[in-house]
Ligand binder design. Structure first.
Ligand SMILES: *[C@@H]1O[C@H](CO)[C@@H](O)[C@H](O)[C@H]1NC(C)=O
Ligand SMILES: *[C@@H]1O[C@H](CO)[C@@H](O)[C@H](O)[C@H]1NC(C)=O
Length: 421
């Protein structure tokens, strides 16, 4: 049961009443027949008197009785004063249906009390999937338990113009348009790529409002959608090649001065690490695929001048290069066994097929250099053999020459230094 009004608390309760009416004034848009909003933790007053402007029967306050829906007990610590019900530091659980009755039990007024919290500052992110419009989405930072709406506006400034944010209200403040089909998202249409935008996302509920400002430039937030229509095909009679082609994302308006560049990532299905290659074309030939292994390929896009971010990767496409024949194991003459990192995923490839990693051109080059080397060795061996044979044939002539030379050298050393100089 409610305590009788203590004299000392009266001043405090009056103050609280002023606060509550202030927040009600903020939430006037939410005025709904029979619903009263209050803040959790604040003092809430439920008045038995009808709203202003309505004829009300004069009932002696002593005879007023408050009840809750389904005969629930009134909140702990509540105070009955002059017919009003005071809920000091209201708890969330104190929300619900209340009614006040006269002495005969007749209902005088019913109130649905909705308790909640002030809005927090929402967190906002913006993204452009093309260079014409951008969208911002936000998440509330506080669960308020109250009806909420958002006021979303922007101001614009030219990057190379006036440094101040435009303050002329009508021309430069625009709405960030909210689509009921996409809650907590708004779109700024027909943007200028070289302008900067200051977004104001304001969360409003019956207790008050909170806003977040966010400065946005298209170049920073642009992030195309992934390319579409990815196709991967083997190249006939090229066992290490895959031909890949794709299309612009449908959301990207095609104009010559706003183009996209692309990057591919590919790997054998059973292999962990991706290889990547960048291109400005809408097709590419992978030249270092593993013959006979199924490969998975994805493609991403980014603004041609490197503004913003890479798109997400596209959906995967798969293909197997080469004729798809399994080379007989042990045929070492034509194969070079093993992946680049065979230890990486041994469990995924229990029976790794021998993989031909070299180009036909490479093999020809190796054969030619081996031939040249063999020829050189043969020539050297023949040369040495013939010198030895010649020496064995004329030993006397060589020996006399050698002795003469030695004698001359000994004579030179024997001479005094002065004579040599
Ligand atoms: C940008 O928004 C305008 C107006 O809402 C729309 O007509 C146009 O198609 C949008 N541009 C793109 C690329 O979606
Ligand atoms: C943001 O928008 C709200 C609602 O329109 C407004 O009350 C507030 O003053 C704005 N803040 C700034 C900094 O413009």
């Amino acid at each position: 049961m409610c305590a009788p009004t203590p004299g000392l608390r009266r001043v405090m309760v009056l103050l609280a009443a002023a606060l509550v009416s202030a927040s009600v004034a903020v939430g006037e848009d939410w005025r709904e027949e029979g619903v009263q909003y209050g803040q959790v933790g604040a003092d809430v007053i439920l008045s038995c008197a009808s709203p202003p402007g309505r004829a009300q029967p004069l009932v002696p306050s002593l005879e007023v009785e408050w009840r809750r829906d389904r005969a629930a007990a009134l909140p702990e610590g509540c105070i009955l004063r002059d017919g009003d019900l005071l809920l000091p530091q209201a708890k969330l659980a104190a929300g619900g249906a209340y009614s006040c009755h006269d002495g005969t039990g007749q209902i005088l007024r019913s109130i649905f009390l909705r308790l909640g919290y002030l809005p927090g500052i929402p967190s906002v992110t913006c993204r452009a999937s093309d260079y014409e419009n951008f969208s911002c989405s936000w998440t509330p930072s506080v669960e308020t338990f109250l009806p909420t709406r958002y006021i979303t506006t922007y101001r614009k400034k030219l990057l190379m113009g006036d440094e101040k944010w435009s303050r002329t209200p009508s021309s430069q403040v625009g709405p960030c348009v909210q689509d009921p089909g996409r809650p907590r998202t708004c779109t700024v249409p027909k943007c200028e790529f070289w302008s900067s935008y200051r977004l104001n996302i304001t969360e409003v509920n019956p207790l008050g409002s909170s806003f977040r400002l966010l400065d946005v430039t298209m170049q920073a937030i642009i992030k195309p959608d992934p390319p579409e229509g990815l196709v991967v095909e083997p190249v006939p009679s090229a066992p290490r090649r895959l031909r890949v082609r794709w299309q612009y994302p449908a959301s990207w308006p095609k104009e010559p001065h706003f183009q996209l560049k692309f990057r591919l990532q590919y790997r054998p299905v059973a292999h962990g690490s991706w290889s990547t290659v960048e291109t400005v074309n809408l097709s590419e030939v992978i030249t270092d695929a593993f013959s006979g292994l199924e490969h998975v390929v994805q493609v991403g896009a980014k603004d041609f001048l490197d503004a913003g971010n890479w798109s997400e990767w596209s959906a995967e496409a798969r293909a197997t290069p080469g004729p798809g024949l399994t080379v007989a194991p042990g045929d070492e003459a034509t194969t070079d066994a093993g992946l680049e990192s065979p230890a990486e995923e041994p469990s995924l490839a229990p029976n790794p097929e021998p993989i031909d990693r070299s180009d036909p051109m490479e093999k020809v080059a190796i054969l030619i250099s081996l031939g040249i080397f063999a020829f050189f060795i043969l020539a050297v061996v023949l040369g040495i053999a013939s010198i030895v044979w010649l020496r064995l044939r004329k030993p006397s002539k060589d020996e006399t020459k050698k002795h003469d030379f030695l004698a001359a050298a000994v004579r030179m050393r024997a001479l005094p230094k002065a004579q040599i100089l």
